[in-house]
Design a protein around this ligand. Structure first.
Ligand code: NAP
Length: 305
């Protein structure tokens, strides 16, 4: 077993953070989370909780003091009246600075495939800005770049499945022939925890063993769920409109213009070798009775409806 040391994980009651925290606890590590969630504690008190207090940097610093590694999952998926990419960039810089002041030895940062300072998409621009900020910080780091996660309680794969279960046709954005390379969240957590134990500064694409076009992904999920649907190509604006109507029905933001743009620009695919081993097709077959039965709401999780 690895030596027991304090590891700080942002959002350990959320999606990726939970998988990372679980793995660290299994290794016998002391785990503390920084979070503002009121979600139930899945670890029954084994994880110490401190606020993700971006407006109180000294409190953040105190919460990070003594930590060997900070695993940063913090980000916001889209701009909303209550949160924004711009604020998430500023907040993350505060978090990194607090980690440095607290003497944290290493930061494992969750980014995205294909971030770029010149990207037309704010999500990808913001992620690139944070990568640059972390590289200049002077703390040992690993930057992990997932394309999209799948696994229990994921949002995208679950909600594609939900649409397949509930509608007679599936609308693709454009021709659907752009790539997507999902990684299982537990494979990602394994990669993150292994990176936490490393020493080298590194940037790694985090993708699973199966690559799809979006069209292939939807077709494959339809076959696995026995919900084979007619796939129709929609112009992006019409796909966005359909997403907004679905959003009105579900009380969620189903998909944004930026997410459609990033997907269609092929930004969720890379040429790197896979880092995960779990096959989405095998996992989906195993979970076919539950996958997509219920809509997974981003805003529901954020409790801002
Ligand atoms: N989900 C994917 O498929 C995917 C794909 C590529 C990259 N990523 C990256 O992976 C990381 C983790 O994603 P995840 O899906 O696992 O996220 P998550 O668990 O929903 O949230 C991760 C952290 O971000 C905070 N957060 C999320 N949305 C927020 C909001 N609207 N306002 C304030 N705080 C917010 C959470 O705060 P609380 O703890 O207070 O709830 C938590 O600390 C992110 O950096 C994301 O960019 C995700």
């Amino acid at each position: 077993m690895a030596e027991r040391q304090l590891q700080v994980v942002t959002g350990a009651f959320g999606y990726t953070g939970r998988a990372i925290a679980r793995r660290l606890l299994e290794q016998g590590q002391q785990v503390r989370t920084l979070t503002n969630t009121s979600a139930a504690d899945p670890f029954t008190g084994q994880v110490e909780v401190c606020p993700l207090a971006f407006d109180r940097p000294q409190m953040l610093e105190a919460s990070l003091r003594g930590a060997k590694v900070l695993y940063n999952t913090y980000w916001v998926r889209f701009n909303h009246q209550r949160f924004s990419h711009a604020a998430a960039v500023a907040n993350t810089k505060v978090l990194f600075a607090a980690a440095k002041a607290a003497g944290v030895e290493r930061i494992i940062h969750v980014s995205i495939t294909n971030p770029a300072l010149a990207s037309p998409f704010e999500y990808f621009r913001g992620k690139a800005e944070l990568e640059e900020n972390l590289k200049a910080l002077g703390i040992s780091f690993a930057i992990l770049r997932p394309a999209v996660f799948f696994g229990n309680e994921d949002i995208l794969i679950n909600n594609i499945s939900w649409v397949l279960r509930h509608f007679p046709v599936f609308g693709l954005f454009g021709d659907g022939n752009y790539g997507i390379q999902p990684i299982h969240v537990d494979d990602f957590a394994q990669l993150a925890v292994a990176a936490g134990a490393g020493r080298e500064d590194t940037v790694v694409d985090a993708i699973g063993p199966e690559s799809f076009t979006f069209r292939e992904l939807v077709t494959t999920l339809g076959e696995i769920l026995d919900c084979r649907r007619l796939l129709i190509s929609l112009p992006p604006w019409l796909g966005l409109l359909a997403g907004r109507l679905m959003g009105l029905a579900t009380g969620d933001v189903v998909i944004t213009r930026e997410e459609i743009g990033g997907l269609m620009a092929g930004l969720l695919a890379v040429d790197s070798p896979p880092t995960g081993t779990t096959r989405l097709t095998a996992w989906a077959r195993e979970h076919r009775d539950t996958l997509g039965k219920r809509y997974a709401s981003e805003l529901g999780r954020r409790q801002v409806q």
